[in-house]
Design a protein around this ligand. Structure first.
Ligand SMILES: NC(=O)c1ccc[n+]([C@@H]2O[C@H](COP(=O)([O-])OP(=O)(O)OC[C@H]3O[C@@H](n4cnc5c(N)ncnc54)[C@H](O)[C@@H]3O)[C@@H](O)[C@H]2O)c1
Length: 271
């Protein structure tokens, strides 16, 4: 434990699973008081209990980020419990796979509600508390789909593109108040969200193997890799960084084309 976040209070949406849960663990390990805000009550409580039993200061708070009242209530609970708030991590996210003409209006609205509107609600209700601090931090979890297209997930890619735009707007509008707002864009990351999707294919492990062949490091990111980048943006290690994004994708977006099977030699790919 380095206590880099000692005295800080963090609200992490989507903290019950995957990247959000890893972020809650990393933040608690660094001394922050953490509120895990999620709709996954059972897993959320489990993660909070596990962190607490390891000496962290963490509570679970049931919260649907697509519902403004729920976010307001969850942030009020955070402030009541820990006396303030200066870090918000918007990690809650869902995917809807399908072609756009097959979407219902409810499919579109549900996804935008969680992936995008939740960020608006978090800023709206956190800002009055942020403004009491000299410094505060918002980190929004985008995706490589914030920067490039992806097949069969039109609402998801649209929402993630907008996450980056909204990050830039927030950074500009609130910079003078001491808020820094940044985006982390993960590539293929081995989380329950990814596993759920892989499990719809006949051979999930083979599907993952095929996918990571397109990643120069030849592996999926771990939630922890992304969580440590989020931590960097949630403290003064990243002083001066605002309105931008950090891609954590194992080099995926560095190449227009990458397939280790047929490519010319690259160091480490000597099969
Ligand atoms: N796993 C990947 O490959 C990958 C890649 C790029 C970006 N991301 C993004 O990272 C973030 C975390 O994804 P993950 O892979 O850890 O997924 P995950 O499914 O493991 O975790 C997402 C969490 O969000 C919560 N959630 C869903 N709807 C919610 C709501 N309405 N209110 C509150 N919480 C809600 C879920 O209960 C879950 O705990 C998402 O924004 C996702 O889009 C993931």
């Amino acid at each position: 434990m380095s206590n880099r976040l000692a005295g800080q209070v963090a609200w992490i949406s989507g903290g019950a699973s995957g990247i959000g849960a890893a972020t809650a663990r990393v933040f608690a390990d660094e001394g922050a008081a953490v509120v895990i805000a999620d709709v996954g009550d059972a897993t959320g409580k489990q993660v909070a209990d596990e962190i607490t039993s390891n000496g962290g200061n963490t509570v679970y708070c049931s919260c649907d980020v697509s519902d403004g009242d729920s976010v307001a209530q969850s942030i009020a609970t955070t402030v009541q419990r820990f006396g303030g708030l200066n870090i918000v991590v918007n990690c809650a996210g869902i995917v809807h796979v399908g072609l756009l003409h097959e979407y219902s209006e409810a499919d579109w609205d549900r996804l935008m509600g969680v992936n995008l509107k939740g960020i608006f609600f978090s800023l709206k209700h956190a800002f009055p508390h942020f403004s009491r601090n000299e410094r505060s931090y918002m980190i929004n979890v985008g995706s490589i789909s914030s920067l490039v297209g992806q097949r069969a997930t039109p609402a998801y890619t649209t929402s993630k593109g907008a996450v980056l735009s909204l990050t830039q707007s927030i950074a500009l509008d609130y910079a003078a108040t001491g808020l820094r707002c940044n985006c982390v864009c993960p590539g293929i990351t081995d989380t329950p969200m990814l596993r759920k999707h892989l499990n719809t294919t006949p051979d999930p492990d083979e599907t993952l193997r095929q996918r990571v062949r397109r990643v120069p490091t030849n592996q999926a990111m771990r939630s922890d890799d992304v969580a440590r980048t989020i931590r960097y943006l949630a403290c003064e290690d990243s002083a001066g960084v605002t309105g931008t994004s950090i891609i954590v994708d194992g080099g995926y977006l560095a190449a227009a084309e990458w397939d280790t099977a047929d490519d010319p030699p690259a160091a480490g790919n000597d099969t």
